[in-house]
Write a protein that binds this ligand. Structure first.
Ligand SMILES: [Zn+2]
Length: 80
């Protein structure tokens, strides 16, 4: 029995975007000599931050914003 595999892969915008972001991160990485992006001439330039955030954030594929947990209020633990 031949398991029919669809040649259907959800490889589209996301993967292409990821490789694009990889290029951007490589291009806009801080140069060790000048300590800044060679394109924008600023350390950790906006392009680099934007691309690396999407590259390294696990939720990037879901395109969902990362909501940080609210800080827990600290009650006095010594209330005996
Ligand atoms: Zn840059």
């Amino acid at each position: 029995m031949a398991s029919e595999q669809h040649g259907y892969e959800p490889v589209s915008l996301t993967d292409r975007l990821l490789s694009y972001y990889r290029d951007v991160v490589a291009m806009h990485a801080d140069d060790p000599v000048i300590g800044a992006c060679l394109v924008c001439r600023v350390p950790r330039c906006e392009d680099w931050r934007f691309a690396s955030e999407r590259l390294f954030a696990p939720a990037a594929r879901e395109a969902e914003p990362i909501i940080p947990a609210p800080p827990q209020p600290q009650y006095g633990a010594d209330a005996s």
